[in-house]
Design a protein around this ligand. Structure first.
Ligand code: NAD
Length: 492
């Protein structure tokens, strides 16, 4: 399947410029979630694999940090071209191991490539400022210096894009970088690393280390690593933040989410429903920006609920490689079971099930993990499906009296990743931007996903740290500012 898999179909590490079999004893299968077909086996790395990767990274860093920035970005330009050349094949692999649709996979890759493009601007991004005559006869300047070896630890839901959030900026700014991708869908990352290999980075600058939670905990304790970029669920993000910081590392940790939408009386209800359904059902709801709680002003609640029912029923569930599919497979049978439990919790807690996604059957894919779209009406903010991240295609509608109550419901959430507002009122839009406590805000936009040149926000239990992913935040995260203060008296 992939040239870099071992002869017995195992995922490998990419360490010091070559493919190596992880030495750990644990492993797990990589399975196509739509068909049940076993695609590969992923062995987990142990402490000896990690030591080898960190040694190679720190060795490579000594030269790489002193390599001209113009030369550091050349492999990234080549990587961008290679990713574009292979985007169709990468998207197909992503569908096969993750379950999302082909269009979603291409969109994810495009978003990842955007981050490579932005990092190619490092000659400008890394500049820090100079001031002549900052004090009498004194010039001052600042530089942003790289720091050493960073590790990126990524989740299953966007295995290609999130790996590419971190790798390009880390290495373009002069660091060495090790990626520990999700063990649930490691193949697309392995294929990207075949392209990294072709792009011509010096050995050890960019490495791939496969593994699970134990590998992560070894990373957090390793003295040769200066910082960690993490994306995943909230309990793990909190653990990463606390442990990495306690071990003296820089850390940015993005966690889970519940993203609310407010629908006001002055809006196009059909448009708001279309954008909400697409946000909530894309990638089968396995998205940290999925808008899955909709807070609706009472005067338009019934009409909006009708629009939502029609549009949710219109979603087609199936294999992501087949045409006309809106909702692909769920990553694992366990996660499918979790989503089904959340639907049952909505029923048990008294919400009104308007569309029930539990009875879905996909002809020809009887071994796949599928759940159809589910819509609940008359949901209250205390219910489990509003408070907890279910990571499935489930939407709950909350009825509120007015805009004040809507903002209150949104801000009661423990999470603060994203929120959207649908309105024709400029006044409500400005209040939304000032009053709602979330890091990515959309107005008349279904999914508030910032482009690669803006930081990807997140607050409360959705983010631990201060500098976010993407944009100038990442440049600051991967570098340290140093100031030079110079005086050159006349010695003649
Ligand atoms: P996860 O937390 O289970 O796993 C993420 C990574 O952490 C993986 O690489 C995994 O190997 C590792 N890990 C898992 N358990 C661990 C443990 N106990 N100790 C140490 N490491 C551990 O997350 P997931 O299920 O792969 O991804 C889905 C989650 O990611 C959702 O909560 C989603 O909201 C979140 N996410 C957040 C963002 C964001 O920008 N805020 C973006 C994408 C996904």
């Amino acid at each position: 399947m992939l040239a870099s898999l071992s002869a017995d179909g195992e995922v490998q590490n990419y360490v010091d410029g070559s493919w190596q079999k992880p030495a750990g004893r644990d492993s797990q299968p990589v399975t196509n979630p739509a068909t049940g077909e076993r695609l590969a086996t992923i062995p987990f790395s142990d402490a000896t694999d990690l030591d080898a990767a960190v040694d190679a990274a720190n060795e490579a860093y000594n030269d790489w940090r002193n390599t001209a920035v113009e030369d550091r970005i050349q492999p990234l330009f080549r990587l961008k071209s290679l990713l574009e050349e292979h985007i169709g094949e990468l998207a197909e692999l992503l569908v096969r191991e993750h379950g999302k649709t082909r269009a979603e996979a291409r969109g994810e890759l495009r978003r990842g490539i955007e981050n490579v493009e932005v990092a190619c601007g490092m000659p400008r991004l890394q500049q820090a400022g100079t001031l002549a005559n900052a004090a009498p006869d004194i010039d001052e300047s600042a530089v942003r210096e790289p720091l050493g070896t960073f590790v990126g630890i990524t989740p299953f839901n966007f295995p290609a894009m999130i790996s590419l959030w971190f790798l390009p900026h880390a290495v373009a700014s002069g660091n060495a970088f090790i990626l520990k991708p999700s063990e649930q869908d490691p193949l697309v990352t392995q294929r990207i690393f075949e392209l990294v290999d072709q792009a011509g980075f010096p050995d050890g600058v960019v490495q791939l280390l496969n593994g699970g939670p134990d590998t992560v905990n070894e990373i957090l304790a390793h003295p040769g690593i200066v910082g960690v970029s993490f994306v995943g669920s909230t309990p793990v993000a909190r653990h990463i933040y606390e442990t990495a910081a306690a071990n003296g590392k820089r850390v940015q940790a993005q966690g889970g989410a519940k993203n609310h939408v407010i629908v006001t009386e002055s809006t196009d209800l059909s448009y708001a429903a279309e954008k909400t359904v697409s946000s909530a059902c894309a990638c089968a709801g396995e998205r940290c920006l999925s808008n899955d709680v909709v807070v609706v002003e009472d005067s338009v609640y019934d009409a909006f609920a009708d629009e939502m029912v029609a549009k949710m029923r219109d979603q087609t569930v199936g294999y992501g490689l087949d045409d006309g599919v809106d909702i692909g497979a769920i990553i694992s049978a366990d996660h499918e079971e979790t989503i089904r439990r959340y639907i049952q919790s909505g029923v048990d807690e008294g919400a009104k099930l308007l569309v029930d996604g539990r009875d879905v059957a996909v002809d020809g894919y009887e071994d796949g993990n599928f759940v159809g779209p589910s819509l609940f009406g008359e949901v209250s903010p205390e219910m489990t499906i509003v408070r907890e991240e279910h990571f499935g295609p489930i939407v709950g509608l909350v009825r509120v009296e007015d805009f004040d109550e809507a903002v209150d419901v949104v801000n009661r959430s423990d999470f603060g990743n994203a929120a959207s507002l649908f309105t024709d009122s400029g006044h409500k839009a400005s209040r939304f931007k000032c009053e709602v406590e979330a890091g990515n805000l959309g107005v008349n936009v279904g999914t508030a996903a910032p482009m690669a040149f803006f930081a990807f926000g997140g607050r409360k239990d959705s983010f631990f740290g201060d500098l976010h992913a993407q944009g100038s935040d990442l440049v600051n995260f991967y570098t340290d500012k140093m100031s030079y203060i110079e005086r050159w008296p006349d010695q003649s």
